[in-house]
Write a protein that binds this ligand. Structure first.
Ligand SMILES: C[S@@+](CC[C@H](N)C(=O)[O-])C[C@H]1O[C@@H](n2cnc3c(N)ncnc32)[C@H](O)[C@@H]1O
Length: 452
């Protein structure tokens, strides 16, 4: 068996020992041309070779190559590309999109020109909302959102690109004056880490640069402390919007991104996301192309994976609001198009028995919700109080007939409800066993007689 050429990265154990002993027994580097692992190599003095190794490693650390899997270097490619895009309009990044013109009138021309969005998630906002825009770029969606949510609402734009933040902030006062209120701010963070304020971190690094491993450990500890006081607090946001950004996040960070989105949303909060999705899965080779990645193409979620990411993070009621029939780009036969989806947070929590039922209206024979409840058409299905409340609001309220109990059960007195059990609700449970006629029903039909 040829041990030298068996394809293993590590040499056989015996050979490893030989390597060690060569270095150890020749500290001054007097040996030259010794055989190591069957190869003729120059053996360098230990101190020198250690230094050389460190220099080589550090170069590798600082210059990630694009040829490796796991998206090394993609984030830098994204930062570089959008830094350029903040300074001069990049035609290749523009995906045709239309916004409500009444909101565009007050937005400065430069911001509208440097629009790199692919949809309009601001359509799903309402008055008073606290909004977080992930990857806010020049700030267009933030300035539209400011008008929709009004003076009682608040808008926070997040971007990790100083040039984009500069562009967005350049017009902050002017746009606010034109709108009539100032409720927009921009912060610097990676959207997959909404805890760390990158501006605060950069300031402290300027004051105390990292020059040693000790410094680095201190920074790491400081970062941990910083995370304890998150830039965007838990459950502080009503609506997350994002326009053509999630696809740009490195593959290995995408799960964390969805977890962060879920963390910062209030219970009952929602997400409205416009992004590029692909119909087929994108081959690794295309994912390793920094130009395609930073161009909002090869980092795109495959359609079904996009939904899975929301589901796995705990969102419910996930819905396609807009699906562009025409693809924006086709690369090697794979279609990349814009899609806008909405999703809700708030299905977690205990299940209490309130004697409530819901009747699914159809037209499907049955449907299954994100908690696994099966709702059969026309059947009075028993649900817990939490599910009942969820079905009484968007996006479900038009799908069901809600059957409340004749007598409310206060949650403090309610029994636990087993949501895993499928069951029909006996009408006697909602009406009450001794039901004959509730007084509230009398007046409508009894007076005139005959009508229903
Ligand atoms: C395609 S542009 C979209 C900009 C803006 N949403 C719009 O509609 O014009 C992507 C933006 O997201 C930012 N971005 C990309 N990845 C990011 C990340 N991981 N964290 C924070 N910002 C990011 C970029 O700097 C850039 O401003």
């Amino acid at each position: 068996m040829n041990h030298e050429n068996n394809g293993n990265a590590c040499p056989p154990a015996g050979r490893r020992g030989k390597h060690k002993s060569v270095i150890a027994s020749d500290p001054k580097g007097l040996l030259r041309g010794a055989h190591i692992f069957g190869e003729e190599r120059q053996v360098l003095p230990e101190k020198y070779s250690r230094k050389k190794r460190a220099v080589k490693q550090s170069r590798r650390l600082l210059r990630p190559t694009s040829g490796r899997p796991r998206n090394d270097g993609m984030e830098q490619a994204v930062r570089d590309r959008y830094a350029r895009g903040a300074k001069a309009k990049e035609e290749a990044l523009c995906c045709p999109t239309s916004y409500d013109p009444k909101y565009l009138r007050v937005i400065p021309k430069e911001i509208l020109e440097k629009d790199y969005g692919c949809g309009d998630p601001s359509r799903y906002l309402k008055e008073g909302d606290t909004v977080l825009d992930l990857g806010s770029g020049g700030g267009k969606i933030c300035y539209i959102a400011s008008q929709v949510v009004g003076p009682k609402g608040r808008v926070i734009g997040v971007d990790f690109n100083p040039a984009m933040l500069e562009l967005a902030r350049k017009y902050q006062k002017e746009a606010g004056d034109r709108i009539g209120w100032h409720n927009v701010e921009f912060v610097r963070a990676r959207i997959q880490d909404l805890r760390t304020d990158l501006e605060a971190l950069e300031e402290s690094l300027k004051r105390e640069p990292v020059r040693s491993i000790d410094d680095l450990f201190q920074v790491q500890e400081a970062l941990e402390r910083l995370k304890g006081v998150p830039l965007i607090e838990d459950e502080s946001i009503d609506v997350i919007v994002s326009n053509c950004v999630l696809n740009l996040v490195r593959s290995e960070d995408k799960k964390t991104l969805f977890r962060e989105m879920h963390r910062v949303l209030k219970k009952g909060g929602r997400a409205a996301i416009s992004d590029i999705v692909s119909d087929e899965s994108v081959p690794q080779k295309l994912q390793e192309d920094p130009k395609l990645w930073s161009g909002c193409i090869s980092g795109a979620f495959q359609e079904k994976e996009f939904f899975k990411a929301f589901e796995e993070a705990g969102f419910y009621g996930i819905k396609i609001e807009k699906f562009d029939e025409r693809p924006w780009r086709i690369v090697r036969g794979i279609e990349f198009r814009s899609m806008t989806i909405t999703a809700c947070k708030g299905k977690e929590g205990p299940c209490w028995e309130g004697n409530q039922a819901v009747i699914y209206r159809g037209p499907w024979k049955q449907v299954v919700d994100d908690d696994g409840h099966v709702l059969k058409r026309g059947v009075r299905t028993a649900v817990c109080d939490k599910t009942f409340q969820i079905y009484s609001k968007a996006p479900y309220q038009d799908e069901f007939i809600l059957v409340p109990p004749s007598k409310d059960i206060p949650l403090s007195k309610a029994k636990h409800f087993d949501c895993h059990r499928q069951m029909e609700r006996d009408p006697r449970e909602t009406k009450g066993k001794r039901f004959t006629k509730p007084s509230a029903m009398k007046s409508v039909c009894m007076d005139g007689g005959g009508c229903c």
